[in-house]
Design a binder for this molecule. Structure first.
Ligand SMILES: Nc1nc2c(ncn2[C@@H]2O[C@H](COP(=O)(O)O[C@H]3[C@@H](O)[C@H](n4cnc5c(=O)[nH]c(N)nc54)O[C@@H]3COP(=O)(O)O)[C@@H](O)[C@H]2O)c(=O)[nH]1
Length: 948
């Protein structure tokens, strides 16, 4: 193929410049275009074969003249494409200058140029296009002629080659057949009509070759009507390379933009240079490290490490790079401002064709926050968030290790479970915030006594644990004592001073268990024993304790079965109003009808049920049953039913909902239900208790405080809670007539309850004397065997039907006569005295024992008492002391042969003895003394009554 001539096409008219350049292109010339003089001069350094100057204006120096020197010196031909005006005569004079009027067709332009360049004519004849074929065949571009409908006629050699056609295969084919389907319609409907209309049309398009390869092309179509029917000349230049370059460029831009947009830092360093200088960093690099491109480019990447060059990961990094491998590390790095951060780096080498690393690419990001979170998570998984001590999981792990160690080295591992006594009270009374501070202070005191190798953990709540490897078991006692001592100093929180004591249960490996679980359970059993026995102690686990623990487990499962097999039954014990004799309520008391063991009393299983937690479902069953029974009695008897609530039950957050549900199930109004709670149940959960009790009260439910007198017996608590009734514990009633202390407590409770406008129920009333006593103390309500034992519901109905309602008549005969009680264990003396006083007209009571005498005192209004001192059961002085406490108005005379001065003095002082008469007595003297005693009694009573 011939060399392509280069034409400098200069024209100030852009339309002419474009059209003439396209014709020149079509004619196979390489065209340099210049729209201005200056541009043209700039292009003059190219090797130019001819200059075309068009669109000439009437400037002083014609454009063509400007180039004369170049034209002359280099002998470059010049073609003047003049429009309306005449070409420059000066230039025309030049030998290698020609003129042509514009517009002209391709053939004329080719002719004129051909003659000027080497006097040759590429298109010698311009009458027929095919005659120019030889010229077109020299072109690298596809050139073809088409009909107005796009049918191919002539195709040059470059075209045949591009389309992969055999010679003459093109003629008659439609050009659109070589186009992609979506371009075909556009070619027929837009490209061809536009070309015919405007004479020339250019566009980017593509053609498929015979092998299916698509070639991107820049097409110029020129309409040459004189060559009809194949009047359209198409010149198409393969722009694959240009496209490829453009694509490459775009890709590069995209990659660069992507790198810059990346949130990961990218650093590229030159590995050929021995200092490995950084040659590229992206924006994220600067954002993460604070270093700008100016700071880093040309420097070694270790700028990020400062002087932290002893990191083990660095050695691995160097090795990785030496091996031209990829690596991933977390390095400790430093920002420009010196702040440390954890840098997760991915490094890979960029290899050349020889496999040599030309660059190292490091991609990294700051993982400080992630590392912090990971650490925090790890800490949380193994540590208690409040105190920072090990948690249960970590303790289990350490305990397991200690056990293994003890087995391997014949040593001892101890686990000490520490429970803070009455911590709950601190929490309830001072609030959880103070409770938390206290726990933290306890933790830090425990930590301060820790030896290397010990583990201190918080197991939850107020329970701590220490795992320690010891030489012998005594060492554990030393540790326990140290814990007690550490916690014995009061804690100061703000202005509050708190005292805490620990209960500690201890078990040992390998003696008490071969795994962490069993050791913990056994330490817990020992701890339980400490708590049961008054707290603030430590105990080692013993196998006997374990028996109890396994008994609890057995009981729990038996109770669960009992519940399932419906072995529980409710008994009901009547509560009576002493004054009206009316039935005022019934207390529901559970019984266990064991299929083999018969009836089991609640005292034998309720404690286990509470310990194991099974009291919760049992309690729910009791509530439901009692409500159903109360509903029945509501209609027949109009009495409420009392149900006992255990501590565990009351601690349930949804206790009010459970009770409401039981009421709803039975369709029972709240006023027919009374709940009995012990003082400790309420005090254990003070804040919640107030809320729950008020809510229960709003449901119309009555509240009774059970076992009053056995616990805190605090008037302060009582005032806070909306109780209706106080129950005096059975233990006080039992000896109320014989034990002044019990009597005094009963009396105090009755008076306290009345002052708070509460009802008082005395429970466990078994005897008439107890009843009399309580009646005299104005106790209104009675429950006990005296009236009835607890009965099944049907028997309760029968009992109620048969017992006539009658007000209690105080059996104390309101004696009009003077009453004298004589107490002596010798019947002969008793008879002698009886005979002596018979004539005096006194009503005489006699008793051979002090206890019987106390019973008589409870049942009768006694004025004067004569008691012997030496009695087997109880001495006269003790008897009379009690009488003084219980019945202070009585006048007490001691009759004895015992003359020891000290005993007499004590007796007189403690028993408030009126007269001391020695045996054997003088009848007259004794009669006289007793007469005086009655007078004294009557005077005292009169005085008392008068003072009211
Ligand atoms: N949480 C629950 N506790 C319950 C339930 N049912 C019973 N209990 C508690 O068990 C303890 C023992 O009860 P129990 O053996 O039924 O004894 C009660 C009465 O039978 C007994 N009592 C009554 N009068 C007399 C008497 O004159 N003499 C005498 N020796 N005993 C008598 O007293 C117990 C009444 O107890 P309380 O009024 O509740 O204090 C006991 O603590 C029950 O509370 C249950 O369903 N849930």
């Amino acid at each position: 193929m011939a060399n392509i001539a280069t034409i400098l096409n200069i024209c100030s008219d852009p339309v002419q410049l474009q059209q003439s350049s396209q014709l020149l292109n079509l004619g196979g010339y390489k065209v340099l275009t210049a729209a201005s003089n200056e541009k043209a001069l700039q292009l003059c350094h190219h090797a130019i074969d001819a200059i075309i100057i068009g669109g000439l204006s009437n400037t002083k120096i014609p454009l063509c003249c400007t180039f004369q020197s170049k034209l002359n010196t280099q002998n470059i031909p010049l073609l003047l494409l003049h429009q309306k005006h005449q070409p420059c005569p000066l230039c025309l004079a030049h030998s290698r200058t020609a003129a042509l009027s514009w517009p002209c067709d391709l053939a004329s332009l080719m002719d004129a140029l051909g003659q000027l360049i080497n006097q040759q004519t590429p298109a010698a004849e311009h009458t027929s296009l095919p005659r120019q074929a030889a010229f077109f065949d020299q072109s690298n571009d596809l050139i073809c002629t088409l009909s107005a409908k796009g049918q191919l006629d002539y195709l040059n050699q470059a075209g045949y080659k591009l389309l992969g056609l055999k010679p003459n295969e093109a003629s008659g084919k439609m050009l659109s057949d070589f186009m992609p389907p979506d371009a075909q319609a556009a070619f027929n409907e837009s490209t061809l009509p536009q070309t015919l209309k405007n004479g020339i049309y250019s566009q980017e398009s593509s053609l498929f070759d015979a092998f299916g390869n698509q070639h991107p092309l820049w097409q110029t179509l020129i309409n040459q009507p004189e060559y009809s029917p194949f009047n359209i000349i198409l010149r198409a230049r393969d722009i694959s390379h240009q496209k490829h370059t453009e694509h490459e460029l775009q890709q590069q831009k995209l990659f660069h933009a992507a790198l810059e947009a990346l949130s990961l830092a990218v650093m590229i360093s030159d590995s050929k240079d021995k200092n490995h200088p950084v040659v590229y960093i992206n924006q994220a690099f600067s954002a993460i490290t604070g270093y700008s491109a100016k700071d880093v480019l040309g420097q070694n990447g270790r700028i990020l490490l400062r002087n932290k060059l002893d990191q083990p990961e660095l050695e691995i990094l160097r090795r990785t790079l030496r091996n031209r491998a990829c690596g991933h590390f977390v390095l400790e790095c430093f920002r420009k401002d010196g702040a440390r951060y954890a840098n997760e780096v991915f490094v890979s080498p960029l290899l050349d064709q020889q496999g040599e690393a030309t660059h190292y690419i490091s991609i990294f990001h700051d993982v400080s926050e992630r590392q912090r979170q990971e650490l925090q998570l790890a800490q949380l998984a193994t540590h208690d968030p409040l105190t920072g001590l090990a948690n249960r999981a970590l303790l289990n792990d350490r305990l397991a290790r200690a056990i293994t160690h003890s087995q391997r080295y014949n040593s001892i591992a101890a686990i000490l479970l520490i429970d803070l006594d009455r911590f709950k009270k601190v929490n309830d009374s001072l609030g959880h915030a103070i409770g938390d501070i206290l726990l933290k202070l306890v933790a830090s005191r425990l930590e301060s006594m820790m030896r290397a190798g010990d583990t201190i953990a918080r197991m939850g709540g107020d329970e701590f644990a220490i795992v320690s490897e010891l030489v012998n078991q005594e060492d554990a006692a030393t540790v326990a004592r140290k814990v007690q001592q550490m916690l014995s100093t009061p804690f100061h929180i703000g202005k509050t001073e708190l005292f805490i004591t620990p209960s500690i249960g201890i078990s040992f490996a390998p003696m008490d268990g071969a795994n962490a679980d069993s050791l913990l359970r056994r330490a817990d059993v020992a701890l339980y024993q400490v708590k049961e026995n008054g707290r603030n102690h430590f105990r080692f686990f013993s196998p006997e304790m374990n028996q109890r623990a396994s008994h609890i487990l057995e009981m729990e499962s038996a109770l669960r079965n009992a519940l399932q097999n419906k072995e529980f039954q409710l008994y009901y014990q009547p509560q009576i109003d002493l004054y009206s004799g009316e039935l005022i309520g019934a207390e529901a008391l559970i019984r266990w009808q064991h299929p083999e063991m018969g009836q089991i009393q609640p005292s034998q299983f309720i404690p286990f049920a509470e310990e194991s937690g099974i009291i919760i479902p049992i309690g729910e069953w009791v509530l439901n049953e009692a409500c159903i029974q109360a509903k029945k009695w509501q209609e027949q008897l109009s009495i409420p039913v009392t149900v006992n609530l255990s501590a565990l039950q009351f601690r349930q957050e949804n206790i009010v909902a459970i009770i409401t549900k039981a009421l709803n199930n039975a369709n029972l109004e709240g006023k027919w239900l009374e709940l009995e709670l012990t003082e400790s149940v309420v005090v254990q959960n003070l804040d919640a208790a107030i809320i729950y009790l008020k809510q229960l009260k709003q449901l119309g439910i009555s509240l009774a405080m059970d076992d009053f007198g056995t616990g805190y017996s605090s008037l302060g608590y009582l005032k806070q809670f909306p109780f209706n009734t106080l129950k005096i514990d059975r233990s006080f009633i039992q000896n109320v007539t014989t034990e002044p202390n019990d009597a005094l407590i009963a009396i105090a409770i009755i008076s306290m309850a009345h002052s708070l406008r509460l009802n008082v129920v005395a429970e466990g009333v078994e005897t008439e004397s107890q009843l009399n006593f309580l009646h005299r103390q104005n106790c209104d309500l009675i429950q006990g065997y005296y009236y009835s034992k607890p009965l099944p519901a049907d028997e309760f109905d029968t009992f109620i039907a048969n017992v006539k309602k009658q007000p209690f008549k105080n059996k104390i005969r309101e004696q009009n006569s003077r009453t004298l009680l004589i107490v002596d264990d010798e019947p002969d003396i008793l008879n002698a005295l009886k005979r002596l006083f018979r004539r005096s007209g006194y009503q005489i009571f006699t008793s051979t024992s002090a206890l019987d005498a106390l019973e008589l005192l409870a049942l009768n209004s006694i004025h004067v008492i004569i008691s012997d001192q030496r009695m087997p059961q109880m001495h006269g002085s003790e008897f009379l002391r009690r009488v003084r406490e219980l019945y202070p108005d009585t006048v007490r005379i001691m009759l004895t042969g015992y003359t020891e001065l000290n005993a007499l003095t004590n007796a007189i002082n403690s028993a408030g003895i009126y007269k001391f008469i020695t045996k054997p007595w003088e009848d007259e003297d004794l009669l006289e003394e007793v007469r005086h005693a009655f007078a004294y009694y009557e005077q005292t009573i009169k005085h008392k009554q008068g003072s009211f």
